[in-house]
Design a protein around this ligand. Structure first.
Ligand code: ATP
Ligand code: MG
Length: 450
């Protein structure tokens, strides 16, 4: 297991000044996953824990160090390989609000610091010399791919209810099974999530969604997610009564979610694309189920749900747009793809194709040949982009200045540009300056404006 050089230098500097220093938490866990050749990930940030008090750490690193969370004993040191967070061995005091300890106290004991951490796999420390401190059996749990609380799980979830969602996040991201007692306590205490700030829930939830185990965790712990997103609950077991579907709405959703790449936007769009279905259900005289208008209802619900979690505006807007569009046909013609490009832009049109693929893979396998239609749409899209097709105002061969020179002014300029782009997108005019200006002149003459 290799500690990066810049982190080694930090550990050495602290030790040289007579302090203990260890890598700790997520980086040790992830490095062990890799080192043990279990499918893992390379740690991106290496956190350091030390016996040095914050002011001592500041003294060791001088101007390279900044106090970034002195109340919690955290100092950040600038290194050539990026910032490294150094936190003093710490004990958490009493918890009264299911969120944060009333106070924290420094300690001289690494073991005490490890004991305050949430899960055994997150409560290991690694020294410069490769010594592993693992008082709670995290390494063995990792080998067995088990997620287990440090100490009594009920108490740990009651102290800080965010750990409930962190547990589900680690299970999804690292494909760990949640140990029985921990799982039972997690379910039992789920209502405490109501005390946690929306932003903190959002952070963990958006790290959970891309995980390879996200669908299984959502399936197994739906009632926990229902605490902050009760809108998900009616999907479970909702029979679609339609031959296109071999699953109920929730199972369809989970299959679709697992079939899109592990990206938070795509996974979130998949999770919410049919959330409006239960409210739209009708049964026709033949006993077949329909969900007329469900994309618009799903869009409204999704918007409300994402606002509740205080998701960033651009994230929310992209997700709700994909939800709104998920059921529209993308006809496989140059014209329709150019139109879709004009409205959605390349990135969102590519996402929409992936969403439609996921939605289709969540249907009965005999309908999977729809994928070929999506292949065709994608091929047209790639060709149009390679040909530098015009689908936005900035690609148009004329601009506002040209129109001002022709004597247009005010809102007429924008309207004329939009009109030109419509014509180019639809293939009625080539994207050539002369042709566009000629067309404009002819319409102005026809309107009697000259
Ligand atoms: P990631 O790979 O997402 O960074 P991580 O395990 O490093 O995962 P962080 O949120 O960065 O997660 O936290 C760093 C470490 O701090 C954790 O590994 C854990 O030991 C401890 N920790 C973080 N949050 C909590 C908490 N709410 N309760 C107890 N310990 C926590
Ligand atoms: Mg971390």
């Amino acid at each position: 297991m290799v500690i990066p050089e810049n982190v080694q230098a930090v550990l050495k500097a602290l030790e040289a000044a007579g302090h203990e220093a260890w890598c700790v938490g997520g980086c040790v866990r992830d490095a062990l996953l890799d080192g043990g050749r279990l499918p893992g990930r390379t740690p991106d940030d290496w956190d350091v824990t030390t016996s040095a008090r914050p002011e001592e750490t500041l003294a060791v690193f001088g101007p390279q160090a900044r106090p970034t969370g002195l109340k919690h004993g955290t100092v950040t040191v600038k290194t050539p390989g990026g910032p490294v967070e150094i936190t003093t061995y710490r004990l958490d005091g009493e918890y009264h609000d299911h969120r944060r300890p009333d106070a924290v106290a420094f300690t001289a004991s690494l073991e005490e610091d490890l004991a305050r951490r949430d899960f055994t796999v997150n409560a290991m420390a690694l020294s410069l010399r490769g010594e592993l401190r693992d008082p709670f059996g995290g390494r063995e749990d990792l080998r067995r791919r088990l997620l287990r609380c440090v100490g009594d799980p009920d108490r740990r979830f009651q102290e800080d209810a965010l750990r409930i969602l962190r547990g589900l996040r680690f299970a999804a991201a690292l494909e760990l099974e949640i140990e029985e007692q921990t799982a039972a306590a997690l379910r039992r205490n789920r209502a405490l999530l109501q005390f946690i700030a929306a932003e903190r829930i959002q952070t963990e939830f958006l790290k959970l969604l891309p995980g390879p185990g996200a669908a299984e965790v959502l399936r197994a712990y739906l009632e926990v997610f229902g605490v902050f997103w009760p809108e998900l609950l009616p999907m479970a077991g909702f029979d679609q009564r339609n031959r296109h579907h071999c699953y109920d709405v929730w199972e369809h959703t989970l299959h679709a979610l697992a079939a899109v790449p592990g990206d938070p936007v795509l996974r979130c769009a998949m999770l919410l694309h049919d959330v409006g279905k239960p409210a739209c259900f009708t049964l026709d005289e033949k006993g077949v189920g329909h969900f007329y208008g469900h994309p618009a209802v799903s869009r409204e619900l999704a918007d409300r749900m994402l606002r509740r979690l205080k998701c960033a505006a651009d994230f929310r807007e992209t997700v709700v747009r994909l939800v709104e569009w998920h059921d529209r046909d993308i006809p496989r013609t140059d014209k329709s793809i150019r139109r879709a490009l004009r409205i959605l832009g390349e990135a969102d049109l590519r996402r929409l194709i992936l969403v439609k693929r996921g939605d289709n893979f969540g249907q009965a396998p005999e309908y999977w040949d729809r994928q070929k239609e999506l292949d065709k749409a994608e091929a047209i899209l790639n060709r149009l982009l390679a040909e530098d097709a015009c689908f936005s105002l900035k690609q148009l061969a004329v601009n506002g200045r040209d129109l001002l020179a022709l004597g247009l002014s005010g809102p007429a300029v924008g309207a004329a540009l939009e009109d030109l782009l419509d014509k180019v997108t639809d293939g009625a005019l080539p994207n050539e300056r002369g042709a566009l200006l000629g067309y404009l002149q002819s319409t102005r003459t026809a309107d009697g404006k000259e």
